[in-house]
Ligand binder design. Structure first.
Ligand SMILES: Cc1cc2nc3c(=O)[nH]c(=O)nc-3n(C[C@H](O)[C@H](O)[C@H](O)COP(=O)(O)OP(=O)(O)OC[C@H]3O[C@@H](n4cnc5c(N)ncnc54)[C@H](O)[C@@H]3O)c2cc1C
Length: 284
């Protein structure tokens, strides 16, 4: 299938992009890696009149570390995340997650900003953003806003971004002492979207969990923090019993949807399985 006709505008500055967003409103879409946008156009799930290509704007592809936080430009490609020493050292959850995203060709073009803005509930990076407490910088002509990952994802492919705003950067806190990460994903084939997955982060001291964060993907209409399971684990020492209690608590946290991968009961079962694996991994 071919997309509906559209105009293509390549901008060199944010100001130019803001001008176009103001002029065309909901008829415009930002084009980053194009790896989700172009398929939705080709399948005619979306028919914007104008694509605004932001790839030539300087300064949106940098990775920097400063004062306990890593700043990732919105145009940082998935493969750039994999090869970055800063990410490997300070943001291991990203390093564990990104190899699960699609395949090389897609990771060469796809961007972290595009993944976050697209907000696919089965995508890896939105869940990592919640588990690691990322903060997003979004901008339009008049203001700049900082939005915590926790408040950014509103529902199925729906975010807090306004029509005139562009996601500019992602701020990620570096790991604290004794902070551990675990990433578990179940998919039919390597590179497929997840059936279900879990991005987990916690301080672990003498096998005791503190500041636990469990963000599930493929488990609802957006990445989901498992609040009951988190409360249950907080301050507890790892044991088989505690894992069982956390698995039980998940029933109050998750209500997976019936989809092509299988019924909700199967997903709940898999959620329990990956929770046990992730907790064991955090402790190891
Ligand atoms: C075959 C295939 C398999 C895939 N498998 C996976 C997978 O397993 N896991 C996964 O997470 N992803 C997967 N993807 C998607 C891929 O990761 C994309 O790279 C990602 O979802 C979108 O990034 P992008 O840069 O390509 O964004 P684009 O496609 O350019 O844009 C996506 C959406 O976000 C908006 N947008 C983009 N950038 C910005 C910005 N800076 N500010 C505001 N809005 C913006 C666009 O307007 C558009 O609506 C797959 C894609 C394909 C084609």
């Amino acid at each position: 299938m071919k997309p509906a006709p559209f105009s293509y505008m390549r901008v060199k500055s944010l100001e130019e992009a803001f001008d176009l967003l103001e002029e065309y409103g909901d008829d415009a879409r930002i084009l980053s890696g194009g790896q989700s946008l172009m398929p939705t156009l080709n399948m005619r799930l979306s028919a914007p009149k104008v694509l605004i290509d932001i790839n030539q704007i300087d300064g949106l592809s940098d990775i920097e570390v400063n004062n306990g936080k890593v700043t990732l430009g919105a145009l940082v490609r998935h493969n750039q995340l994999i090869s970055s020493d800063i990410v490997t050292k300070h943001l291991p959850l990203i390093s564990k997650a990104v190899p699960h995203i699609a395949h090389h060709a897609i990771r060469n073009r796809g961007t972290i900003g595009g993944s976050i803005a697209f907000a696919d509930p089965a995508a890896e990076l939105p869940a990592v953003a919640k588990a690691s407490g990322f903060i997003f910088t979004v901008k339009n002509r008049n203001e700049e806003r900082k939005i915590e990952a926790e408040d950014f994802f509103l529902g199925l492919f729906e975010t807090n971004l306004k029509e005139t705003e562009i996601l500019i950067a992602i701020e990620a806190p570096t790991l604290q002492q004794n902070e551990k990460t675990a990433f578990v994903e179940l998919s039919r084939r390597q590179g497929d979207y997840a059936i279900i997955g879990l991005a987990a982060q916690s301080i672990v001291e003498n096998s005791v969990f503190k500041n636990v964060r469990l963000a599930y993907f493929g488990a609802g209409d957006k990445p989901i923090m498992a609040k009951q399971a988190i409360n249950l684990l907080e301050g507890k020492s790892y044991s088989e019993e505690v894992v069982l209690e956390a698995q039980k608590a998940l029933e109050a946290d998750l209500s997976p949807m019936d989809d092509l991968n299988g019924p909700p009961e199967m997903k709940m079962h898999l959620a329990r399985v990956i929770t046990a694996r992730a907790l064991a991994d955090l402790i190891s």
